[in-house]
Design a protein around this ligand. Structure first.
Ligand code: MLT
Length: 404
């Protein structure tokens, strides 16, 4: 009889945000009159900016005309978008990235989850702890993570790099040598970032160890400090050791529109084989291109008008981040993040676990956040709040927490 992929059976019952969603739905059903404020999942709430809406409308019109209609998009993305990204996101910053090293996709989550397919089944992965769950779960599905230890919440074959207040949320080089190193900068969930010097340590290490850095820069638009790099390719040597993921979800509000891209430099060789060729082969086989309409909409992100409108949108969310950060500080919490990222990471009160605090906040303040332990064992004792809501809700949530 056919068997299912048993690796999937090793995974927790549901993805972190589905578990939270179910808990909150049950609470709201039992308390229909309570206004619950959701600062849990990092989903954008502001409408698409006018420049993007205009580009979408124009592209829809094109699709309604035989002369300008578009069928399958090129697997790797339209040249107009790849060239624009190469120039504006990379070459303008002094990064030597070419248009044909950019692969357009339906979002960074898919690419972060799929990239492991081009590496060997026994590749050893290293992750920051806490970590965006997709990196570990996708490797569990591929059978790369070993055995799960319920007590410690760790997989035997995964190298965890604790990022806590004690080490300033900076991952430290591990004793064991990894093959794949996942880094997310600015970081989800801690909202902290790495400086150029801190990132250079990792680039040098990966080059000397023959490891590959899988660099998730989905929150790049939120960087406020000058010494935080916007791309790993700002660091000399990154072309031979790093793959970068970018998203339009958080910088342009595309969580429901779907678009992202991955950069695989042609200089990245593993045992003489080209990661670029393998990713191109994989992408061409399993992906039929992101919609023309959406790729045209992404072009508006780079227009002068679009840039100005999106700058305001990012500022709107970062104003929420400040209200949350300052309010929690005033209320006596130990608070991190929120400066280069739209996430605030706080220490839960002494004696509570992350999930205790989740229940406490939901019941007493009717505010939803994300328990730090859901992101990994070193997230225990911490809690994440997102700044992606609307301003009034963020302010009200903080008032409620302050008054507890
Ligand atoms: C989060 O809440 O961590 C994000 O929404 C995850 C994502 O971008 O997929």
């Amino acid at each position: 009889m056919v068997k299912l992929n048993e690796n999937y059976l090793k995974l927790p019952g549901s993805y972190l945000f589905s578990t939270i969603g179910k808990k909150v739905a049950a609470y709201s059903e039992a308390h229909p009159d309570v206004k619950v404020i959701r600062l849990g999942i990092g989903d954008v709430t502001q409408p698409l900016v006018p420049a993007i809406i205009k580009a979408l409308h124009e592209a829809v019109e094109e699709m309604g005309n035989a002369e300008t209609f578009h069928g399958y998009a090129p697997d790797l993305g339209y040249a107009f978008l790849r060239e624009t990204i190469a120039q504006k996101d990379y070459q303008a910053r002094g990064c030597a990235i070419d248009a044909d090293e950019i692969f357009i996709s339906d979002g960074a989550k898919s690419d972060c989850g799929n990239i492991q397919e081009i590496f060997s089944a026994d590749a050893r992965i290293a992750v920051c702890d806490p970590v965006y769950p997709v990196y570990v779960d996708s490797n569990v599905m591929a059978g790369r993570t070993g055995v799960y230890d319920e007590k410690t919440g760790t997989w035997s074959h995964v190298i965890y790099m604790p990022c806590t207040a004690e080490n300033g949320f900076v991952p430290q080089l591990s004793e064991e040598t990894p093959d794949l190193i996942y880094l997310c900068v600015p970081n989800n969930p801690t909202g902290t970032a790495l400086t150029r010097d801190q990132l250079k340590v990792w680039v040098d290490y990966a080059n000397s160890a023959g490891a590959v850095i899988l660099y998730d820069a989905a929150y790049e638009a939120y960087i406020a400090q000058d010494d935080v790099p916007h791309s790993i390719y700002e660091i000399p040597g990154a072309r031979t050791c790093a793959i970068e993921f970018r998203s339009f979800s958080k910088n342009a509000g595309f969580t429901g529109v779907r678009l992202g891209f991955t950069v695989v430099p042609k200089d990245l060789k593993c045992g003489g084989a080209s990661a670029h060729s393998l990713w191109a082969r994989r992408h061409g086989t399993k992906f039929n291109g992101a919609p023309y309409i959406v790729q045209k909409a992404a072009m508006a992100v780079y227009s002068e008008e679009g840039k100005a409108q999106l700058k305001e949108q990012v500022a709107y969310y970062m104003r929420n981040a400040k209200v949350i950060f300052d309010g929690l500080k005033e209320a006596g919490y130990e608070v991190y993040g929120g400066i280069n990222a739209p996430y605030i990471w706080l220490k839960v009160p002494e004696g509570m676990t992350s999930w205790d605090f989740f229940d406490y906040l939901l019941e007493k303040a009717h505010v939803v956040g994300t328990p730090g332990s859901g992101f990994g064992p070193s997230g225990e004792g911490y809690f994440r709040l997102t700044a992606f809501g609307n301003y009034e809700n963020a302010a009200e949530a903080i008032d409620r927490i302050r008054n507890l």
